[in-house]
Design a protein around this ligand. Structure first.
Ligand SMILES: Cc1cc2nc3c(=O)[nH]c(=O)nc-3n(C[C@H](O)[C@H](O)[C@H](O)COP(=O)(O)O)c2cc1C
Length: 682
């Protein structure tokens, strides 16, 4: 087991939810956080009953271990014992008491000198009384000897005494003046008990450095309150001076994020009502001094396991794997609200967008067994090019909304994993910049009202070494996207795509400006796209202009698939445009089998819309898809971490595809069988 537990200082249910989401192992209800959140100085002003109320409210939303700060125990053994009982009853896992005199002063408050401490014997007596009063609550003994200037030896001596008195964990605190003495103390006390530390005064020290000495819970004690105060005052000043929200909107979470955060507490496995509490596996289960404490209850691994299982069961598998709260929520937090909505949103009531994923989730697969899957390969070939897996990134425009590296990052991510990449006609970066990151990328185009601009894009893609051209045919008009309407979001105004610098487009703009001098590039683009008059003749015209393999994207009807192949398409991409065009369209997964039956023996049938996991990819292969294109999850990875973030998302898909194949008894992608009820698998 790793010897490091990361704790975050919280003061309320919402801060607890944020800390949990960020990956905290432990929640620290520290007195600075709690008292500051109530607008009072950190001097033991809050009553134990009030603190017990805070513990209860946090316990209601999380199953993480809660450590609570009892300061000096209000300077009295009786009150320390009362706090022990109250906090344990309220749902805390550990209580921390310190050898300051009442009323305590924050250890970082250097404004006054002359800090005095309680006599160590008297404090040891307080610890013993608390240990005797608790049932399973752990007692953390904290010394302020370094803060008071007594030096490292005195701190170690005190902690030895507190361990003898029955403390379950030891906590040495330092201030700025004594920061350099903390590690020598840590080294000496590590063998005695698990440690708890709050190294605010060592901001450059990696928490792992403490774990090198022994089991430790490192508390980032006041990060939330300090960032809340700094961020909120900046935003409020800006709102008050500009009297509008525009300039701060990128710093505000969307209201949907608030809904999601708070609705999480309703999910099974969260909070006191949700079943087994998680254990930190350290202080709560650490070596209890012989004969001085009850058993720690269930083993850490068991408790943690059952809490995790409960919440995993509640969340759909697909959410947990790729498009889960982690990347998507990080993207949401990092992106401007309207930009996130543009990427995340769908048409109408968004039921079509959701149905894409639901219908993929509904596919079940029947495994074959005893087929020696010790050597597996996800590799495949498409248009004569080898891919590490039948996976490509689907065309998505305006990726600069997610990250400044935009398509250069996502293309490089796909290429680094041996996967394909499709560049949107409305990409933020031009094909000349993106193609070197993913040689042989595919270029997607729309047939604009002025076809010459589309042909110009095609020529440039050919010159940049594109491996295929993808013609999207499902946008006779743009879908009605309620989020964009609500946000007043105009995509071409928000982030001009690189096509506005295409020579043919620029020539047209110049020409049009003779008549309409004020015409902007965004105005012209909105005039050219979409063209509801596009017809099969235009597809034939495109076919005649290029020798590149032609993929027709946005086909759902088998008769259209046949017609496209008759017109010279080299592949069909079944797609609902990710539910962005209509909320009434058939789900892509439901449309796929008929298209495969109609043309699958003539051309590869590709698929996009709703792919969120490797299991989805395996399901689609089993329905006859030759390759699968991934959309929004890649954008969330891009927004969260640029090229690396996008690569992480794609790599996770590949890992899960490989794993699913093993479970199905398939050593290669062609061996992936048919779903239940669809006949015999190979
Ligand atoms: C932000 C965004 C921009 C898109 N831009 C384009 C585009 O320019 N051309 C295109 O053919 N499809 C575009 N699409 C549709 C995708 O290619 C694909 O059909 C869809 O995203 C798949 O659904 P998924 O995101 O749920 O996986 C876009 C999708 C998103 C989310």
């Amino acid at each position: 087991m790793n010897d490091l537990r990361m704790g975050i200082g919280v003061h309320s249910p919402i801060t607890a939810l944020l800390a949990e989401e960020a990956g905290a192992d432990v929640l620290w209800l520290g007195s600075l956080e709690m008292s500051t959140s109530r607008g009072v100085p950190d001097q033991e002003v809050l009553e134990p009953q009030e603190i017990a109320g805070i513990i209860r409210s946090v316990r209601a939303v999380t199953s993480l271990p809660i450590y609570v700060d009892a300061d000096t125990g209000r300077g009295s053994d009786d009150l320390a014992v009362l706090a022990t009982k109250l906090y344990e009853e309220a749902g805390a896992d550990a209580i921390c008491v310190e050898d300051n005199l009442f009323p305590k002063r924050n250890s970082l408050d250097d404004r006054f000198g002359g800090r005095k401490l309680l006599d160590p014997e008297a404090f040891a007596g307080r610890i013993s009384a608390m240990v005797a009063a608790r049932s399973s609550l752990k007692v953390v003994a904290r010394t302020e000897a370094l803060v008071a200037g007594h030096g490292a030896d005195a701190a170690v001596e005190r902690l030895h005494r507190y361990a003898d008195a029955g403390a379950d964990a030891l906590f040495a605190q330092a201030n700025r003046a004594s920061a350099g003495q903390l590690l020598p103390v840590v080294e000496k006390i590590a063998p005695l008990r698990p440690m708890v530390l709050a190294p605010t005064v060592l901001p450059d020290t990696d928490a792992e450095a403490f774990a090198a000495y022994g089991p430790v819970t490192v508390l980032f004690a006041n990060v939330i309150m300090r960032s809340l105060v700094a961020g909120t005052s900046r935003v409020l000043r800006e709102v008050m001076s500009s009297r509008r929200l525009t300039s701060v909107s990128s710093e505000l979470a969307g209201v949907e994020r608030l809904f999601e955060l708070t609705e999480r507490s309703l999910v099974a496995g969260h909070g006191s009502g949700g079943g087994t509490r998680a254990s930190d596996g350290q202080v709560s289960d650490g070596p209890s001094p012989a004969g001085q404490g009850p058993d720690a209850g269930p083993a850490a691994g068991e408790a943690r396991g059952s809490a995790a299982t409960a919440s995993e069961e509640a969340a759909p598998l697909t959410e947990a794997v790729v498009d889960g709260p982690t990347d998507r929520e990080r993207a949401r937090a990092l992106m401007a609200e309207a930009a996130f909505d543009y990427c995340a949103g769908g048409a109408g009531d968004e039921s079509g967008m959701r149905r894409n994923v639901e219908r993929l989730d509904a596919i079940t697969l029947t495994p074959r067994v005893l087929r020696d899957v010790s050597r597996r390969s996800t590799a495949t070939e498409l248009f004569g090019r080898r891919l590490a897996a039948p996976v490509l990134v689907t065309p998505m425009g305006l990726q600069a909304l997610c990250h400044p590296d935009a398509e250069v990052a996502t293309a490089a991510a796909a290429d680094s994993l041996g996967l394909g990449f499709t560049l949107s006609m409305f990409s933020s970066r031009p094909v000349e910049e993106v193609a070197p990151a993913a040689p042989g990328l595919w270029q997607q185009i729309y047939l604009l009202r002025e076809r010459e601009v589309s042909w110009s894009m095609l020529r440039r893609a050919e010159e940049a070494g594109a491996g295929a051209v993808v013609c999207t045919v499902d946008v006779p008009v743009v879908g009605r996207r309620s989020r964009d309407a609500r946000n007043g979001f105009s995509r071409f105004d928000a982030a001009a795509p690189a096509v506005v610098r295409d020579p043919s487009f620029l020539g047209l703009l110049q020409h049009r400006r003779k008549r309409t001098p004020a015409l902007t590039a965004s105005d012209l683009l909105s005039e050219l796209f979409p063209d509801p008059a596009v017809s099969w003749d235009d597809l034939a015209s495109l076919r005649s202009r290029t020798r590149l393999p032609l993929v027709v994207k946005g086909i759902l009807h088998p008769a259209d698939a046949v017609r496209a192949v008759d017109a010279g398409a080299d592949a069909i991409q079944v797609s609902t445009h990710g539910g962005r065009q209509s909320d009434r369209h058939v789900a892509s997964a439901d449309a796929l089998p008929a298209v495969v039956s109609a043309v699958g023996d003539r051309v590869p049938v590709l698929f996009d819309s709703g792919v969120r996991s490797g299991a989805h990819i395996a399901s689609l292969l089993s329905l006859g898809a030759s390759a699968v294109l991934v959309g929004r999850p890649v954008l969330w990875g891009l927004a969260s971490g640029g090229r690396e973030g996008a690569a992480k998302v794609l790599a996770a898909l590949l890992t899960e595809l490989d794993h699913t194949m093993a479970l199905l008894g398939a050593a290669s992608v062609t061996e992936v069988g048919r779903p239940t009820g669809s006949g015999e698998q190979s």
